[in-house]
Design a protein around this ligand. Sequence first.
Ligand code: ADP
Ligand code: 5GP
Length: 212
Amino acid sequence: MNRGRLLRAAVSAVMAGPRPVVLSGPSGAGKSTLLKRLLKDYDGVFGFSVSHTTRGPRPGEINGKDYHFVSREDMQHGIDHGDFIENAVFSGNMYGTSKAAVQAVQAQNQICILDIDMQGVKNIKKTDLNPIYISIHPPSVQILEQRLRDRNTESEDSLQKRLQAAISDMEISKEPGLFDEIIINDNLEEAYAKLKSALTEEITAVQTSEDS
Ligand code: ADP
Ligand code: 5GP
């Protein structure tokens, strides 16, 4: 890292860097698909806040990249120790955003993306993180169910829990002011274009600071 970049990284660690982005919405709505594309297309602009979870890894998921896969004991210990900005139980498993996960991204002067559920959104609202809140919705619950079945990652029990949470979360997300933007992920290209457009200002700010 050159001197200018080092200094910017140090300053941003203190000033907390660019505004983070919260991506929420039902499981299976397409959050990971969209955010992986952002991370790939804007190398060095976005950084993913790697959450902790007690659920097991899916095929292809990498520990430390997709999640920190931990035991309930370790997760509870971290929560008791004050290591987490927020944590929640979703579909019977614990999930949480550690302070270290967000700081690691912000120290790089990158836009930190948090993929969190509705409980996480409500808890982040109580902090001074001040992110942009975006909710990704499926075109319908029927299509959501089909996508989750086609993804082939959930047991029937887990799938039903996710669908129940989806119905309730989509209702809650209509609450005025809760989200800055709700994007319906019907056609993937169109949803991705809307996501990029919602983040244009932040992307330009980071790209401009990289160039200077
Ligand atoms: P989430 O991260 O919100 O749980 P995923 O990104 O894993 O959701 O998407 C769920 C499934 O739906 C994946 O198999 C993904 O490939 C598929 N998918 C995502 N977006 C679309 C879309 N616009 N049209 C069709 N399938 C999609
Ligand atoms: P999945 O098991 O499908 O990866 O995630 C299930 C749900 O947990 C998704 O809605 C996802 O956004 C949410 N989630 C993932 N990480 C976190 C986290 O750190 N905190 C909270 N509150 N939710 C999370």
